[in-house]
Design a protein around this ligand. Structure first.
Ligand SMILES: Cc1cc2nc3c(=O)[nH]c(=O)nc-3n(C[C@H](O)[C@H](O)[C@H](O)COP(=O)(O)O)c2cc1C
Length: 146
């Protein structure tokens, strides 16, 4: 009952994906959602995941910029605990072209047993706008339980 609660897990090398996680959390809170935790994929907070109605997983695009793009850290993402049966949404940050990164990320998160409702690729130069868009889409598509 009440507001949706989200946990946000990120994989980040130079900080963009972490910053995106924090901006997504702020935007969701402004829309009335609760945040159970914001933490690195490699140091997942069990309680934050367990208490969440939806788990948001973000990473960054690694490749040769126009070919070979992959989500970085799929191995760690594929070992996240307590995701089975959860709603999930994904995002990636990129510089030029995300390629099929989100599809690959979604496949891994689905394999954990989550119900992946979608994702968004966020341009690292437009994190403020793109995280706002992502949060707005999530809250529009998943109304809080009443
Ligand atoms: C080794 C390396 C490879 C990258 N390859 C791509 C790429 O293929 N396509 C792209 O759009 N961005 C690419 N990027 C840019 C990163 O995806 C982008 O800077 C991202 O926001 C980094 O996230 P972070 O700051 O959380 O580590 C690459 C960055 C690095 C360091």
């Amino acid at each position: 009952m009440g507001a949706m609660k989200a946990a946000i897990l990120f994989e980040s090398l130079t900080g963009n994906t972490r910053k995106a996680a924090e901006l997504i959390a702020t935007n969701l809170q402004q829309e009335g959602w609760g945040i159970t935790g914001v933490c690195p994929v490699r140091r997942p907070e069990m309680a934050a995941i367990q208490d969440a109605d939806i788990v948001i997983i973000g990473t960054w695009v690694h490749g040769l910029f126009v070919v070979g793009q992959q989500p970085w850290g799929l191995g760690a993402i594929g070992h996240l605990p307590a995701i089975k049966g959860k709603l999930a949404a994904t995002y990636c940050t990129f510089a030029l072209n995300p390629g099929k990164t989100l599809d690959r990320l979604d496949a891994t998160v689905s394999y954990l047993g989550a119900n992946v409702i979608g994702g968004l690729a966020l341009n690292r130069a437009k994190l403020r706008d793109h995280t706002e868009e992502f949060a707005a889409r999530l809250t529009a598509n998943i109304p809080s339980a009443t």
